[in-house]
Design a protein around this ligand. Structure first.
Ligand code: ADP
Ligand code: MG
Length: 687
């Protein structure tokens, strides 16, 4: 069938390339490569390094490329059908070494005495032998230092793919146009798209590869930040944002009535939030603060402010038990002022529920607390001005958008106890304003953390019993029960059995894990917080927000299995009262990273310091745990190493989005079309 060919090479189907038949085209399609343009935008994930190295500096068993002169007749040893071993002596600089080629007997004829060859392979330092995996006869030619390595699918071979890439670049590279405005390319001395494309695939040297990468990293981060900044701007300018004209006088009275003085960090956060409330824009703010830094009271102040303006608030917690705790705490603070708090949970049913919903709709309730069920359509407010969500990091950008657009237009505050390194915060939460509480209330006792070998379990349990004897409670945390089946880790059930035996007749042990029914979980948690259970054996489901100030001891089993951020979160369950608390990490880490994590935990209680470390050790993907991290995946950029580029891109994006030229000028048309493609502009038009 005759097909109309496009005018441009980049739009040609890959089958237009020499050597691409049906099978190759299918493999390419599996990689989402349909056109020549798709192909050249498929970047290698690494490069094979063929730079010449000095053998004196090459560690044992490392891959190395050297140039040498043949010093002996090659000797071929046949090892069976099709199997052979060819050995030759090479003079490499001052080293006389052996090069061994497997199953290439014909090479003998090319290795004449005195010939120069370049070989790559594993270096056996002790025996002074290179086992050759690739070679070229003749001296090293310029521009062969790196070979791109792509992630391939189907039956596609690396050699073939590289050849296709070469063809595609030669054919279509010149058609690629720069999306980045001239002033950025010049200002940051970034390579042109054409140069960068050539070098990202076939860099003549390491320097070129770096330059190419630098350009694409910036471009990628700029596009991403543009999207974030547009969302932010949209949000700020959205029609019908709430203007909470709170009563300053009354708010002051409330703050003075609190049983403690706010820390400076809390005051700063309160000011930032109040400024947003007063502003007719829609607040969209993340409140970040380590466990125990006192976020709840900041939320309460915002809620109080809204109430003085006659507006209702909703406070959403991830679990019912947390919702109840919030309700209790806040009710204590609000009662003298006659504010009306209601708790809506699954156990509020029938006529009570009906009455509650009626009061809510009539505006008789100032604050409704509960789980996410709060913002279901049948729950109607009279004037919802403020929605606060606790532990929000479990949701990604788009889920947050849905939450906010659910038919309400209230100010929103998201609280998280995960200290998030700034690079991650401005990526995962790039469309929000951020307030940070980076200071603990005075007089807190630091949790003392120890790291012990697992064989000392018995000793640790004795130490735990000391605390129990003093009337306090303990947590014992172990890795997920689901995984323990497979990975042979001590599971919660086993540990529970063991401890029940040890404490039989003296202390009650409780068990909590993800397989329990939500009602059972609630029940166990309630019994623990009421002191009926002394020792709670639990998987990490206990992680989020639970407050039992009488718990002063935490034992974390197999602690090396957890990331730093998570260990820190877990540890934050103790040290919530006035007593000295302890955290013992039971771990025999096998890797250096694991050991470093354990020592870091014993060295600092500062969540932000640990978070930065965690990010460096585990990388952004793992930072929040596997699922729903909300962190975008980048093709080139790496949030740990490219944080400076990220900061720059963010500033540039902010400036662009808020300038008039950006929306009209020719130079930025390509950037705008990217935004259009990502859907953020379309949404604005519908508003
Ligand atoms: P988190 O940030 O983990 O949610 P909370 O809001 O639960 O922390 O606060 C932890 C504890 O510290 C609570 O008992 C709270 O009443 C108390 N608290 C909060 N702010 C202060 C403060 N400025 N001074 C003293 N105690 C405070
Ligand atoms: Mg909290």
């Amino acid at each position: 069938m005759e097909q109309q060919l496009p005018d441009t090479a980049i739009d040609l189907p890959v089958t237009a390339l020499k050597g691409v038949g049906k099978t190759a085209a299918e493999s390419l399609a599996e990689m989402d490569i349909k056109t020549v343009g798709d192909l050249i935008m498929t970047f290698p994930y690494r490069h094979e390094d063929f730079q010449l190295k000095d053998l004196a500096d090459t560690p044992h068993n490392e891959r190395v490329t050297v140039e040498g002169r043949v010093e002996s007749e090659p000797a071929v040893l046949y090892l069976g059908r099709k199997k052979s071993r060819t050995q030759v002596r090479l003079l490499v600089g001052r080293h006389l070494i052996k090069a061994v080629f497997f199953n290439q007997p014909y090479i003998k004829n090319k290795l004449a005495l005195g010939a120069v060859v370049t070989v790559t392979g594993k270096w056996d330092r002790g025996r002074q032998v290179i086992t050759v995996t690739s070679h070229t006869i003749g001296p090293r030619t310029e521009g062969q230092d790196f070979e791109p390595v792509y992630s391939l699918k189907g039956s596609m071979q690396m050699r073939t793919f590289r050849k296709l890439m070469r063809q595609a670049l030669d054919l279509a590279k010149t058609e690629m146009e720069d999306c980045l405005p001239r002033r950025f390319l010049d200002g940051y001395q970034l390579e042109s798209i054409q140069q960068a494309l050539e070098w990202v695939h076939f860099p003549p040297d390491g320097e070129a590869l770096k330059k190419a990468r630098r350009r694409f990293v910036y471009e990628e981060l700029l596009l991403f930040q543009l999207k974030m900044q547009v969302l932010k701007k949209r949000n700020r300018e959205a029609e019908g944002g709430t203007f909470v004209n709170y009563n300053n006088e009354e708010l002051r009275r409330f703050i003075t009535s609190l049983p403690f003085e706010l820390t400076n960090a809390q005051k700063r956060a309160v000011n930032e939030i109040c400024r947003d409330l007063k502003d007719p824009c829609r607040m969209n703010r993340l409140l970040q603060g380590d466990v125990g830094s006192g976020k709840t009271v900041v939320a309460a102040i915002a809620i109080f402010a809204a109430a003085t303006a006659g507006m209702q608030s909703a406070l959403m917690a991830p679990t019912e038990i947390l919702a109840e705790q919030h309700a209790q705490t806040i009710d204590g603070w609000f009662r003298p002022f006659g504010l009306n708090i209601a708790l809506l949970t699954g156990s509020v049913k029938g006529s009570r529920r009906k009455e509650l919903l009626r009061q809510l709709e009539a505006g008789e309730i100032d604050l409704l607390i509960g789980t996410h069920a709060l913002i279901q359509p049948e729950v109607k407010f009279r004037g919802l001005g403020l929605v606060i969500t606790d532990e929000q990091h479990r949701f990604g950008v788009d889920q947050r958008r849905v939450l906010r657009d659910k038919g309400y237009n209230p100010d929103t505050l998201f609280m998280t106890a995960t200290p998030i390194p700034r690079t991650l915060a401005i990526s995962a939460f790039g469309e929000m304003d951020i307030s940070v509480i980076d200071e603990m209330p005075a007089g807190r006792k630091e949790i003392q953390t120890f790291w012990t070998k697992k064989e000392l379990f018995g000793k640790v349990v004795q130490r735990m019993e000391q605390e129990l004897r003093a009337g306090r409670q303990a947590y014992v945390i172990c890795p997920l029960i689901e995984e323990s089946d497979k990975l042979d880790y001590q599971n919660a059930v086993e540990l529970y059995g063991q401890l029940s035996e040890i404490f039989r007749g003296r202390y009650t042990v409780g068990l909590m894990h993800g397989r329990l029914h939500p009602d059972e979980k609630e029940e166990v948690m309630r019994r623990f917080s009421e002191g009926e259970i002394s020792v709670l054996v639990s998987t990490t489901v206990v992680e989020v927000g639970v407050n039992v100030p009488n718990a002063t001891f935490m034992l974390i089993y197999d602690a090396e299995r957890f990331g730093l951020a998570q260990l820190h979160q877990l540890r934050g369950r103790v040290g919530r009262g006035s007593e000295q608390s302890y955290c013992v990490l039971l771990a025999d880490p096998k890797t250096e990273d694991g050991k470093e994590r354990m020592s870091s935990m014993t060295e600092t209680n500062d969540g932000f310091v640990l978070a930065e470390k965690d990010l460096k050790l585990r990388g952004p993907g793992d930072f929040f745990g596997r699922k729903q991290s909300g962190i975008p995946e980048f093709r080139m950029a790496d949030l740990v190493h490219d944080y400076r580029a990220l900061e720059t891109a963010r500033k540039d994006a902010e400036k662009l989005v808020n300038s008039d030229e950006f929306w009209t000028e020719e130079e930025t048309a390509c950037l705008r079309s990217h935004l259009e493609a990502s859907g953020v502009l379309t949404a604005e038009r519908l508003d």
